[in-house]
Design a protein around this ligand. Structure first.
Ligand SMILES: [Zn+2]
Length: 282
């Protein structure tokens, strides 16, 4: 069934667990993700649509994909919300609303504070009028490979409190030592900062760039107030490894898709376990 993301995250916040949000590329990924969630009795968050859509063909693709995903999600026995990840332009947020997403991420984290507040507050007004949630970002979650180059700007708790009040966003992505993509070295989450952020704000907090963070830290972060955990890179690596490690010799080559999507499904189940979302769909 399809639900508002804020409903899922409200439960997660109250009961101190995280819900993983997965990159879902196509129809077969979508079916595998639903199977994983149903087997684990876990709520599911789908990240679909990651880029800026510039021409009619791309927009038609986004519409087609979103409607296909929604069709499968409606029939699922677990609650599911679709999020349009990382939009940077007003137009892309509106396109996401029109396509049927339950949440739009409006990322203005590279802008100065006041600019970020002004642009996101405007998007929140429009999205809320359409019954759609908005995830915003304060501080900046950079690229893992850049961590050593100071690509990250950490989220300041006092600013986060003011930001949430003024934008009225539904959830907030924070920068506490996490980064997108593959990390250079082992990332260290700042649990002190997380605790201060949880105390300073009343919205569910989101962790982007979960791939590569030690499992026990993911679990601890979810128990400490992270409610949504974005997982991209790990799902792609699982697809790659599923195929590379399978015996596809001779006529076994027909198992290539099973190898890829089977491995994708298994890694999703693993994340549902370490975030604590397994068993929470009931
Ligand atoms: Zn992200």
């Amino acid at each position: 069934m399809i639900v508002k993301l804020s409903e899922l995250l409200k439960e997660a916040k109250k009961n101190r667990y995280g819900i993983p949000a997965f990159a879902v590329e196509d129809e077969n990924c979508m079916r595998s993700a639903i199977e994983a969630a149903e087997e684990m009795k876990s709520p599911l968050i789908v990240l679909a649509g990651f880029k800026e859509y510039s021409d009619d063909k791309e927009l038609r693709d986004l519409d087609y994909r979103t409607h296909t995903f929604l069709h499968y999600c409606e029939e699922a026995s677990v609650p599911i919300a679709l999020t349009r990840d990382h939009t940077y332009k007003y137009e892309d947020a509106i396109i996401g609303v029109k396509s049927g997403f339950q949440c739009i991420m409006a990322d203005r984290s590279k802008l100065p504070f006041e600019e970020n507040v002004a642009q996101v507050a405007e998007i929140v007004k429009v999205c809320h009028a359409a019954g759609v949630d908005v995830e915003a970002e304060l501080g900046h979650v950079g690229l893992g490979l850049d961590l050593q180059n100071d690509g990250n700007v950490f989220t300041v708790p006092e600013e986060a409190a003011e930001y949430v009040k003024r934008t009225n966003c539904d959830s907030l992505a924070v920068s506490i030592g996490n980064a997108h993509g593959l990390y250079k070295g082992t990332p260290k989450l700042q649990f002190d900062r997380l605790e201060q952020l949880v105390n300073a704000t009343d919205v569910p907090l989101v962790l982007h760039g979960a791939t590569g963070i030690p499992e026990e830290d993911v679990t601890r972060a979810c128990q400490s107030g992270i409610c949504k955990v974005n997982v991209g890179t790990d799902t792609y690596m699982a697809c790659r490894d599923g195929v590379l490690n399978a015996d596809l010799s001779g006529s076994k080559v027909y198992g290539v898709f099973d190898a890829m999507y089977g491995s994708y499904k298994e890694v999703l189940k693993h994340w549902m376990t370490i975030t604590g979302s397994a068993g929470k769909a009931a």
